[in-house]
Design a protein around this ligand. Structure first.
Ligand code: FMN
Length: 188
């Protein structure tokens, strides 16, 4: 069983990105165990805080360092990565020389009610992930337009074509982790 750290770029109770992440979790059941890590406890990034690192930052960095794999499920804000997620990424990338994203296998997806389905935010996130030396799943790209009822309250995908599309994403992520995931001690 693979363990996947899930970072959702929204804290909203009714988040459609959380709903998508839960649906993916269900499709991955039996193969991957998802651990959802909230990002809202992290302070806004400030270099000065490293003098006495906040407990939330230390804990978050440790979670990332110990992660076997990471799944980003992100909204798009103003055609880019939302600040909640950008902030978390910055914390785990610093201080200089202590970037814990290095070598982490990651998959990226996200959803919006609009037709572009977070394509631009995901593209920006891929770029940032590469700069930080993560190993990014290239295909399939999942730009997901959320529609009412498409994912129900039990985290089931109600449309068979969409379900198969997401299942293919899970299968590719699983196979990708078989190829690239390293023992955690080598990446921390
Ligand atoms: C500040 C802000 C900027 C947004 N910018 C975009 C955008 O660039 N593209 C887009 O498709 N939706 C945009 N939206 C709409 C979000 O896709 C929508 O609010 C979505 O439900 C957010 O995800 P969540 O439900 O997981 O919180 C924006 C929303 C906010 C609050």
């Amino acid at each position: 069983m693979k363990t996947v750290t899930v970072l959702v770029g929204s804290e909203r109770k009714g988040s459609i990105n959380l709903a998508l992440a839960r649906a993916i979790e269900k499709l991955a059941a039996g193969r991957m165990k998802f651990k959802f890590i909230p990002l809202g406890d992290l302070p806004m990034y400030n270099d000065d805080l490293w003098a006495t690192p906040p407990a939330s930052v230390v804990a978050f960095k440790e979670v990332i360092a110990q992660s076997e794999a990471i799944l980003f499920v992100t909204p798009e804000y103003n055609r880019t990565i939302p600040p909640l997620l950008a902030n978390a990424i910055s914390w785990a990338s610093k201080p200089y020389g202590k970037n814990v994203w290095v070598g982490k296998p990651v998959a990226i997806t996200g959803t919006t009610p609009g037709a572009l389905g977070t394509a631009v935010a995901q593209s920006h996130l891929r770029y940032v992930a590469t700069v930080l030396d993560m190993i990014v799943l290239g295909q399939p790209e999942v730009y997901f337009q959320m529609k009412p009822g498409l994912i129900d309250e039990n985290a089931d995908v109600t449309d068979e074509t969409t379900k198969a599309f997401l299942q293919a994403f899970v299968d590719k992520f699983d196979a990708f982790l078989d190829r690239v995931a390293l023992p955690v001690a080598e990446t921390a």
